[in-house]
Design a protein around this ligand. Structure first.
Ligand code: HEC
Length: 128
């Protein structure tokens, strides 16, 4: 009996170790790997200009037809995941369309790094 139990426990322990190793990789998709990275921010800035985000959000993201992205007023709680989704998929029923056909995931994260770098709101409200 005992001998039969051991392999099961071994397997369970192995599984836990594997999941432990995989979970940070999965979580990484929800947070911007480029936050604060100067090179990525510079690239994000040119993507911002090249993609035409400025047409609605303003040259420096200060807002126009689209909302200001530099203050601490957001439509939804501005986690990296929420902002990524807004840019990739757009916001239904608004003029904010999705950009995943023109920008890769990596490019979207770089644009977000640029947006974060422009933040002028309350530092206490930073959740990214
Ligand atoms: C045609 C106008 C238009 C363009 C172009 C545009 N946006 Fe938007 N964007 C909007 C509007 C309007 C909203 C507000 C949507 C809402 O009410 O949820 C928005 C929302 C957002 C939000 C979420 C803000 C929040 O408070 O939740 C982000 C981030 C954003 N845009 C980034 C971008 C980026 C990056 C680009 C370029 C790739 C871009 N937008 C291009 C109009 C635009």
């Amino acid at each position: 009996m005992r001998c039969k139990l051991f392999p099961k426990q071994f397997l369970a322990a192995g599984l836990i170790v594997v999941l432990w190793g995989v979970s940070p990789a999965l979580a990484a998709e929800d947070t911007n790997p480029f936050t604060g990275d100067p090179e990525a921010i510079a690239e994000g800035k040119s993507l911002w200009a090249g993609t035409g985000c400025y047409a609605c959000h303003g040259q420096e993201a200060g807002g126009a037809v689209g909302p200001d992205l530099t203050d601490d007023q957001w439509v939804y709680r501005p986690t990296d995941k929420t902002i990524f989704k807004a840019i990739a998929k757009g916001r239904k029923g608004t003029t904010m369309v999705g950009w995943s056909t023109s920008l890769t995931d990596e490019q979207i994260w770089k644009v977000i790094a640029y947006i974060r770098s422009l933040y002028k709101g309350d530092p206490g409200k930073i959740i990214w």
